[in-house]
Structures are given as C-alpha cells and as structure tokens.
Ligand binder design. Structure first.
Ligand code: NAG
Ligand code: NAG
Ligand code: NAG
Length: 373
C-alpha cells in the first residue's frame, strides 16, 4: 500500500460540493455536521442516550398515536408537486458530525419506521444502498462496545414497524434476482466495499424515512424508501466505520437521493458542506449558487459514480499540473493517489516531512502548520 498510495491531506474546507447527476427541479434536504466533542454532539448523545428525543413517538394505541399517524398520512398525501422547490431535511435536524473514534467519517441521525427508530449512519458518496443493522445474524454488538456509552445503537425490526413492507423479487430495485427463491419472495441484497473483507447482506425492505422541510416553517415530509435490512455485516462494519448503518448517496437508482427524486420529492441533486471543525450539513435537491465553480462528472452509463478529473494540485505555494481521474468518496477517510501524481506530490512537500511514526501506516508524515501559514 505504502509504495504507491499515499496519505495526502484530509482536505476539509467550508466549501460546498453540489452533486447534480441530472436536471435540477426539486427541493432541498439538509443536515449540519458537528465534531464528536462539540456541544451539539454532547447534547445530542445525551438526548438519544436517555431516549428523550423531541420527536419521541406517542405510546402505541394512545389517542396521540393515532392523531400523529393521521397527521402523517395527511402530510404524505397532501404534498403536491407545486411545492417541490421547498428545501427538506432529516426529521432530527440537518446536523451531521465527523466522529473520529469511528474512523473520521461523517455521520448523521436518520429516523425510520413507525414508531420511529433512530440510526447513526455514515454518509457515503462511494456507494448506493442505504442499509441498517436488522434481523441480525452478524451485526455490531449494541451493548458493551468501546463506544457503547457514546452512542445508542439501534437495530431495525421489520415486524416492529407498522409501515414496514417487504420488497419482493419482482421489484425493479431488486438487483440480485438470480438469488431469488421465487418472484414474490424477499429480494436478497449483497454489497461489498473497497475496505478489506467489508460487506453487508440481507434483504431489501421498504419503510418511511422521516424528513422535514428545511425552511422557516418546518413541515413533516415522510418518504417511502427502499433500503437494506442488513442481517450479516463483515469487516470494518463490525467495529468502526458503520456500526449503525451506511447511507449510500451514489447515483444508482437504489440510493435515497435517486428514490426521492423519482418520487418527485426533490431534484436529483444534493450538496454537502464539511466544516474544518467537523460540523457540516447536507442538502438534497440543492441547486447550488450561480457564483459557484463547477466540474463535470466522468459518467460511465453502466455504473455512474462521482468521478471527477483533477488537473492541478497545490501544496503550499507550489502548483502541480496533473491529469488524473478520482472518485469523490465521503465514505473513505483518506485521499489516495496513484503514481506519478503521488510521487510528485510527496516530492513537492519534501521539506515538510516529519520523522516517520511507526504507529501511522503511511510512508510520510507532514508538518501541517507550514501548509496553512
Ligand atoms: C439547517 O441548517 C441551517 C444552516 O446551518 C440552519 O440555519 C437551519 O435552521 C437548519 N434547518 C433545520 C430544519 O434544522
Ligand atoms: C473515471 O473516469 C475516467 C475517465 O472517463 C475513467 O478512465 C476511469 O476509469 C473512471 N474511474 C473509475 C473508478 O471508474
Ligand atoms: C490529460 O489527458 C488527456 C487525455 O489523455 C489529454 O488530452 C490532455 O492533454 C491531458 N492534459 C494534461 C494537462 O496533461
């Protein structure tokens, strides 16, 4: 790995990336990002730890429960295409967090099902499927883990949600029909990731993803989405990375942004903003601003990905012209470069190299202070 891949920099700036694979004609979802040890995260972990979230569902069978259900149905049906431009965010707010103890990925809380359950999911532009631990054969233990006191980890139970539906093999989002037992049996899924031996498998299910409009008069918007009931996880998903699920933001039709756009709830676009303090947000349906710089995606029709071309890199004041394609993958903590770009970059930063540190699995370390100046 060290010979041709290198740790570059985790480039966290307050710039916003807008991902707009197709035309823009919808509303915006968003969430904000917070650092693990920031005040919002402290409040938030206390909140979910004690289960006293602001949107706690009323007790099943109570009058409040049916009133809330009826209200939700009204909203689901009442939303027409005329307000497709209204921005929308997750019902738990538009916050997202960089969590270093889980491997420096960006996370947010999503609410699923009826009654609603919260999941702390990693945001991944490098994959498509949204999945959560569910009907577990092999999941991250929810108790007694090193971060058990920091996060409440939930497990989705299709039988525990009155709005849950199975996705059968004749559904057009069912990709592995060759593994189906029959046309009307549950659709199996299996996804492998670039990290060594890291995968998730299970069956597809359908349920409500709770959202709200992201404006001064927040209104509930509940979307019926398809996601993975992750029964068996392997590799990094069992400890760090995605202990409570992964939110695929890719371009394929099974990703939540694609589903929301297909349902006419948002434009087929979203934006993410990462602050240097780990606090940020994401907005589905964001059309960007007119003064924003753009770069085209290199689209492969068979497997569309956020593949961009990099023509120049800057280290301090030295400019390196280059010509490489790269995947924009929020589910990978580090930037990986292949040669010759890697060697040229490390050479241009030679004077900032620090003595090697055996605890760090990279060829070189750099003095960051001199980059910032
Ligand atoms: C979303 O984020 C913006 C900017 O941080 C904030 O002003 C807004 O109130 C947030 N919206 C919701 C619904 O949380
Ligand atoms: C990204 O796009 C370039 C240019 O079309 C292509 O050569 C490269 O293989 C693509 N990368 C991946 C990982 O698909
Ligand atoms: C980058 O590669 C393309 C195609 O291989 C070529 O046309 C272009 O001139 C190259 N640009 C640079 C700056 O090397």
């Amino acid at each position: 790995m060290a010979s041709f891949f290198g740790f570059l920099l985790i480039l966290l700036s307050v710039s916003t990336w807008v991902f707009a694979p197709q035309s823009c004609h919808g509303r915006v979802f968003s969430f904000k990002m917070h650092h693990r040890f920031s005040e919002p995260v402290k409040r938030w972990t206390q909140m979910i730890g004690k289960g006293i979230g602001p949107d706690d569902w009323p007790e099943k069978g109570s009058i409040d429960y049916y009133a809330a259900l009826a209200d939700r149905d009204r909203i689901l049906r009442g939303r027409g295409l005329e307000d497709v431009d209204r921005p929308v965010t997750f019902s738990d707010g538009n916050s997202t967090y960089r969590i270093s103890s889980l491997g420096f990925l960006h996370y947010t809380t999503v609410s699923l099902g009826t009654p609603r359950k919260k999941f702390l999911v990693a945001l991944d532009t490098g994959s498509d499927l949204f999945w959560v631990p569910c009907d577990c054969n092999k999941c991250t233990p929810t108790l007694d883990t090193s971060y058990g006191s920091d996060f409440e980890l939930n497990i989705y139970n299709p039988r525990g949600s009155s709005t849950s539906k199975k996705v059968t093999c004749n559904n057009n989002l069912c990709a592995h029909r060759n593994r189906c037992l029959g046309t009307f049996s549950s659709c199996p899924y299996m996804v492998s990731y670039v990290s060594a031996d890291t995968s998730t498998s299970g069956v597809l299910v359908e349920d409500v993803l709770h959202l709200i409009t992201d404006d001064s008069r927040p209104q509930d918007v509940d979307a019926i989405i398809t996601f993975g009931c992750g029964q068996v996880q392997t590799g990094s998903f069992l400890d760090v990375a995605a202990p409570n699920g992964l939110f695929g933001l890719g371009m394929e039709k099974v990703s939540v942004p694609s589903i929301l756009s297909k349902e006419g709830l948002t434009a087929d676009s979203f934006s993410m903003c990462f602050g240097s303090d780990g606090i940020g947000r994401i907005s589905f349906g964001d059309k960007g601003s007119s003064d924003q710089e753009e770069t085209p995606f290199n689209i492969d029709q068979l497997h569309p990905m956020y593949n961009i071309s990099i023509t120049q890199m800057r280290v301090g004041t030295s400019i390196i012209d280059t010509n490489l394609s790269a995947l924009f993958d929020s589910g990978t903590s580090f930037t990986y470069l292949v040669d010759p770009a890697y060697t040229r970059l490390t050479e241009s930063a030679q004077d900032r190299r620090r003595p090697p540190d055996p605890r760090i699995p990279f060829e070189y370390c750099y003095n960051m202070r001199s980059f910032i100046s």
